[in-house]
Write a protein that binds this ligand. Sequence first.
Ligand SMILES: Nc1ncnc2c1ncn2[C@@H]1O[C@H](COP(=O)(O)OP(=O)(O)OP(=O)(O)O)[C@@H](O)[C@H]1O
Ligand SMILES: [Mg+2]
Length: 485
Amino acid sequence: MGLLQSWGGVGTSLASFIFIWDMIRRYCPPELVRALDKWTRRIRSFFYPYIHISISEFMSNNFKRHDAYAAVEAYLSEHLAKEATRLRAEAVGGGSKLVLSMDEHERVTDEFRGTKIQWIKHVQPESRPSSESEKKSYKLMFHKKYRDMVTDIYLEQVIKRGKEIQKRNRKRKLYTNGHSKTTWSHITFEHPATFGSLAMEAERKQEIMDDLLLFRESKDFYARIGKAWKRGYLLYGPPGTGKSTMIAAMANLLDYDIYDLELTSVRDNTELRRLLAETSSKSIVVIEDIDCSLDLTGQRKQKQDKSPEEKTAVTKKEVPYKDTEESGSRVTLSGLLNFIDGLWSACSGERIIVFTTNYLDKLDPALTRRGRMDKHIELSYCNFEGFKVLAKNYLCLDAHPLFESIEMLMKEIKIIPADVAENLMPSSPKEGAEKCLLKLVEALKHAKELMIKKDKEESVVNKRSQVADQDDTGTAICHVRVLEK
Ligand SMILES: Nc1ncnc2c1ncn2[C@@H]1O[C@H](COP(=O)(O)OP(=O)(O)OP(=O)(O)O)[C@@H](O)[C@H]1O
Ligand SMILES: [Mg+2]
């Protein structure tokens, strides 16, 4: 009872204080109010001499992740996680190691040169109900007399060590924007492809690898020539020739993340710009099957009438393009070109942009011109050299008596590397290398027979049409004679 009475007393005094303070602010001269403000600040800092610094996950414009946030998180996970009682565990290094980080609202104390510094994790749900994310931040609290030391030395060290830890524990990520999401979602990227395992001429592979490595080391060069540090690659060729595999090999070679941009899920240029501004440095932005993702070729011609053949022709790869229209994507060619040209992609550091297509001639030349797509790489049918790479990868074979006939057949038959790989893949543990090679020989022979048959049929059709042409000419001549009479 006594306690309740005393709390009631506190409440009344507080209300009176606020009332009097408001009166003073309203009716006193401004100089007096300023002086009072100054004194209240002094009194407050006397009783509460702490400074707070907040490091949010996203920059204030909410577009870009804050590098410092990730570095602080890494530092705290390694140095102070032992002290925290509520933790979050995440697997790194292919699941072989668990990294612990502080759970929300948890606090830990660090010590630096005899000073105690407290870290608190804050998680605040986003104000917008439609938003999928939360606002996360780390708050740092310390005595004001250590202000210079903490801001100049301690924080710098935390960020530096955090970045080292991040580098050590880094899991590469594959980001996607599919499934009607307006933001990126990611999974760990663990594709095993390397340039070594790609079926391609060794010389061309080396040339591409040199180009990529030179790009990675060219920060100063790009700064000197005043160009955004980015490079565009256009990979083209028939389905199953290794375009997607090469992108994975590129990411593995450079140790970059991949952003797989599904253009059909992007509503308009503004959304495209936001998504691209959210991509981080050291990344490869990929737009697969660019010819199907956007009406890039038709955008400028704007709804010209299609020929009846075009209207009826439906290939496998044209389906997504139809979806684009249905899903109402309004990304335009100029929006895409804006992004490639640098204003947006130059936001943060090294970036590679890769487009893939099965039909090079379907693309607008504005998109493929050098400077936008700096390097065009053709991935084509498998030749004998490519086959040898696959035989080594799949069967651990450098030579075999069957190689000779395979070489002969490959000179005559076009076969995609995906089909060669499929035949070389043992279908059971008992299936030996020779059996797999025989499967491939059979597949090649079968393809050859089909080719001969097709050629014969075509020549018959050609002969028939030649005869028909002659007939037509004959008839036409007859008509002329009748008219002349
Ligand atoms: N050049 C290659 N070297 C090694 N493996 C290859 C190569 N090309 C294709 N493959 C094999 O075939 C499969 C399909 O290849 P991939 O998906 O890279 O082809 P793609 O060119 O991207 O086809 P699409 O145009 O249909 O997207 C891969 O998983 C890989 O195993
Ligand atoms: Mg592909």
